[in-house]
Ligand binder design. Sequence first.
Ligand code: ADP
Length: 187
Amino acid sequence: MEIKLGNKKLILKIGDITEENTDAIVNAANPTLLGGGGVDGAIHRKGGSKILEECKKIRKEQYPDGLPFGEAVITTGGNLKARYVIHTVGPICDRGVLDTEKTKLLSNAYKNSLLLADRLHLKSVAFPSISTGAYRCPLDDASKVALKTILDLLPKLKNVETVIFTLFTKDIYNVYSKNLKELIKDR
Ligand code: ADP
């Protein structure tokens, strides 16, 4: 589904984010920035070693202790169609609960990724469903936080015009589209 927000667009689709040809795709990374499973592994596999090299440089020069939860950094897209990869770290929901603190961290992950894209004059950004895989945050709650954050921020940005949620399965897509319909009804 696709909605218009003034001259901006928010799109939900089912797909593999490593195939997106947006200016940037967002990686649901972990604090090490050295790769992992899920979408992180897929991005590094397809994007090639340039991405990892830049991640190592960022660790060394900016974040020797790892990228904090909710923050975002940018590297080349390497061999991907996207020019850049924005790496962010969402919260870990140990007991499957998205409490107030984790809600804030998840919102910050989306917000800081999008602000970074806007600062670099990027026009289109694709997000995965951050923290809802290995990090075990509940999909229904996490998708509401993701959508609300984008709906609030996107209209205020100067450069980013299109945000895509590239969701890996039909089940994930269904939850996001149900919640997006609810959220825009209230606006
Ligand atoms: P996290 O550690 O933040 O939970 P995961 O990668 O484990 O990150 O999962 C986040 C989401 O990314 C999950 O919904 C998972 O299904 C999805 N995912 C995994 N691979 C891809 C891919 N290639 N494209 C888009 N989404 C993906």
